[in-house]
Ligand binder design. Structure first.
Ligand code: PEP
Ligand code: MG
Length: 754
């Protein structure tokens, strides 16, 4: 039988979504999966074994092809048989003839002795072992590398869902109690709060507090509704299933790189038999549906709270969201479109995946109480064009539901119940303000100073959706693709195939132009919701960035494979973040070469000669710039981190924000030193941190010799005309004066900083 196109299976999100619409329990869900995978892979058998860490047992939970009597009866230890080995060593195991393979364990009663080709792929989430997917075929030597890649991609898509389902089952076993958190009293009558701009734009809308304790308060007036029945509950569930599907489709269309199955956990919770039964049991006792839902959701949320892994916190939010959706759908004033639509979200903090969920429902803006303006949440909000303000003011958490807020995301101002006058001012500001479409015409494909020195302006890309802006504003290429965003907004590590698809889209959106892939830069404030980092007292000084990639080389190599494959015909550049030494740079570079060898052996097309460069972000490199310039094809200065590490000021910490000074003489002189080294070694050098869009510093930077900047493309219409009125000799003279200045005030005067 002809095999289907594997890419189709991966892309076909609706195929996976269909599985949810029938699944009433994990077993049925898994049975649907194995049936679909067996059919797609033309295999005789597809089975899923789930791993129970506390018992160290892998149990056959669903199978297509083996005897159904074996379900629950085939039990392996970690490391036992090829299936157990795949999970122990966290790698796929593919054998041509199982009967001759050392370590193979056959269970003849299941009928598996008839099958020779064998492929076992571990299902893992972060470092958590969840289970194994096994496919088998009667003929020998049936599965190839592409089948392995496909199964890895399938398991990575399913890991989160299965983990959630397992958790739901486990939670059922051990109920816990909880102390209700005390509310902060004495809410003042506040009118205005000053914050920091995380992402620009304005929003005027009612507020929605993401309060993990008081999520159901809005519905308190509905509690005594006696007319609601079990039928209403099931009707609401069906409506919500449809809504979640719609949201998934919407976000897939908008952010194809980011939105893999982001609602799957909620979907599964909604269908969990035990969860629904718990609501119904409680309904029979309480004789009212709304309190029964609130109680059950709270019970589940408390159980999630009690889990030791902090990264599972996200699951609690998922169950509260389901509670909210249920109450919303049952509410007598139910409006289609989701609870958060046209609302301004206030939260203590948010995961990127949470942000995406809210964004897909059409929120108007966000206020968070933690994080900094160069943090990842801000960067992501800019890509999503959502205003974000960061404020430490705890009173924000006390605002009554539906309080009207006006966010001025250009100034960082939050107006509470704004007067008509203020609203009017903002309406007129929006009308004559930055009209993106009007600006498009103004941007030219090339940028020159007044005296005709060319300056290259490239784009920083976080999500594929930024490409439209970059193209519309005629970016000369991509100077920084932050590859971690598809990682941080997902619910599990994307597989090589998934990355390959995303990178391909990026490259085909910028054909013929230079594209710089920065390898994974997670850690610090870029936290993966699905990866347990353990406790790090100083995450910015911890296991982040290139350190993570070198420690987890399987993830690093997978990413490099995807980049080299997708960049096969592109003007490809690869750069490593946060390099601290020549040894580290050479080690990372060596892994790129090894990856190329692997691809060659696998007979897969790849880019054979990408430029390999590094980011300058750490003070340590200042003493070894010449050595690095000998080895590196190019430098790109990440001023966001460079300033943070040079000055020892956490870029996300509001308390020390006034010490985060790009104009500190040590920073400005270091930039000059980097430029001089690059000139001496004839190396390409660019700036890709936020300084490159800040017009306060551009004259200085151009004055010391920089002619290449990579910036958030939304700033291109503002930056290009600014550069066009600069004169190089004036810029050089001014830069000379600035470099001689010793104190802040002198420099601020010269840079016109107030
Ligand atoms: C930087 O540090 O300046 C940079 C561009 O990287 P990121 O902001 O993604 O850390
Ligand atoms: Mg950085």
């Amino acid at each position: 039988m002809q095999k289907r196109d594997h890419t189709k299976l991966l892309c076909d999100i609706s195929e996976l979504a269909d599985l949810f619409s029938d699944a009433r329990s994990l077993d049925i869900f898994l049975q649907n999966i194995v049936t679909m995978v067996a059919e797609h892979m033309s295999s005789n058998v597809c089975s899923v074994y789930l791993y129970y860490e506390n018992k160290n047992k892998l149990i056959l939970t669903a199978t297509k092809g083996l005897s159904s009597d074996s379900i629950g009866k085939i039990i392996l230890k970690l490391g036992e048989g090829l299936t157990g080995l795949a999970l122990k060593e966290l790698r796929p195991i593919c054998v041509k003839a199982a009967s001759q393979a050392p370590g193979y364990r056959c269970f003849p009663n299941s009928g598996e002795d008839a099958y020779e080709s064998f492929l076992a792929v571990p299902i893992i989430r972060g470092h958590n072992r969840i289970g194994v997917l096994v496919i088998q075929k009667d003929s020998k030597n049936f599965f190839n590398q592409s089948d392995i890649n496909t199964c890895v991609a399938i398991t990575s898509q399913l890991a989160n869902t299965i983990e959630t389902a397992k958790l739901l089952m486990r939670l059922k076993e051990k109920p816990k109690t909880h102390d209700k958190q005390e509310r902060i009293q004495n809410l003042e009558d506040i009118k205005f709060i000053k914050g920091k701009v995380g992402s620009p734009g304005c929003a005027h809308a009612p507020v929605e507090l993401i309060d993990r304790q008081e999520w159901h308060e809005t519905y308190s007036h509905q509690k005594n509704r006696q007319e609601l029945t079990e039928k209403d509950l099931y009707r609401a569930i069906t409506t919500i299933e449809q809504t979640l599907n719609d949201w998934q489709i919407t976000i897939e269309k908008k952010l194809s790189d980011a939105a893999s199955l982001i609602f799957s956990a909620q979907m599964l919770m909604l269908k969990d038999k035990n969860f629904i039964e718990a609501i119904i049991n409680s309904f029979h006792k309480k004789k009212a549906l709304i309190p029964a839902i609130i109680k059950t959701v709270n019970d589940y949320a408390l159980l999630f709270d009690a889990l030791p892994q902090s990264y599972l916190r996200e699951k609690k939010q998922d169950i509260l969201d389901i509670g909210r959706l249920l109450l919303d759908t049952l509410s007598d004033s139910h409006q289609k479109g989701g609870h958060y639509r046209n609302k301004i979200i206030i939260a203590q903090d948010l995961f990127s995946s949470e942000l995406l969920k809210y964004a897909s429902q059409g929120i108007s803006g966000i206020v968070v109480l933690s994080g900094g303006i160069t943090g990842h949440l801000s960067i992501l909000c800019r890509s999503l064009e959502l205003p974000l303000i960061i404020s430490k003011d705890l009173r924000l958490l006390e605002l009554p539901p539906d309080t009207q807020l006006l966010l001025d995301g250009d100034q960082g101002n939050i107006y509470i119940n704004p007067t008509k006058n203020i609203i009017k001012q903002f309406q007129s500001k929006e009308e004559d303000g930055l009209n993106v479409l009007k600006q498009k015409k103004a941007v030219k494909p090339k940028t020159f100073t007044k005296d005709q020195h060319q300056i290259h302006l490239l784009a920083n890309i976080n999500l594929l959706s930024d490409l439209n802006t970059a193209r519309a504003f005629k970016a000369e290429g991509i100077g920084l693709y932050r590859t971690e965003f598809p990682f941080i907004v997902r619910s599990d590590f994307p597989s090589e195939e998934e990355q390959f698809l995303v990178y391909n889209k990026l490259i085909s959106g910028m054909t013929g132009k230079e594209i710089t892939f920065r390898t994974l830069d997670i850690g610090g404030d870029k936290v993966l919701s699905y990866y347990d980092y353990g406790v790090e007292n100083n995450p910015f000084l911890g296991m982040r960035s290139i350190r993570f990639s070198l420690k987890h080389q399987n993830i690093f190599r997978q990413q490099l494979r995807a980049i080299l494959r997708a960049g096969y015909k592109a003007q490809l550049r690869i750069m490593f973040p946060m390099i601290s030494s020549l040894d580290e740079f050479c080690q990372a570079k060596q892994i790129v070469y090894e990856t190329m060898d692997d691809l060659k052996n696998d007979r897969i097309k790849y880019h054979k000669n990408p430029a390999i460069g590094m980011m300058i972000e750490l003070p340590a490199v200042m003493g070894i710039l010449h050595d690095l310039a000998d080895e590196s094809d190019f430098f790109s200065i990440g001023t966001n981190d460079f300033i943070q590490y040079m000055l020892a000021v956490d870029r996300t910490n509001e308390k020390v924000a006034d010490l985060y000074l790009p104009y500190h003489p040590a920073i400005l002189r270091a930039l000059k030193q980097i430029m001089d080294t690059a000139i001496k070694h004839k190396k390409d050098v660019a700036i890709c941190g936020d300084m490159s869009h800040d017009t306060k510093y551009l004259e200085f930077l151009i004055g010391i010799g920089f002619n290449k900047f990579s910036l958030d493309p939304r700033f291109l219409p503002r930056v290009q005309p600014f550069i066009e009125q600069l004169d190089i000799s004036t810029a050089q003279k001014k830069a000379g004066q600035i470099l001689k200045s010793k104190n802040f005030q002198q420099i601020m005067d010269l840079l016109d900083i107030r």
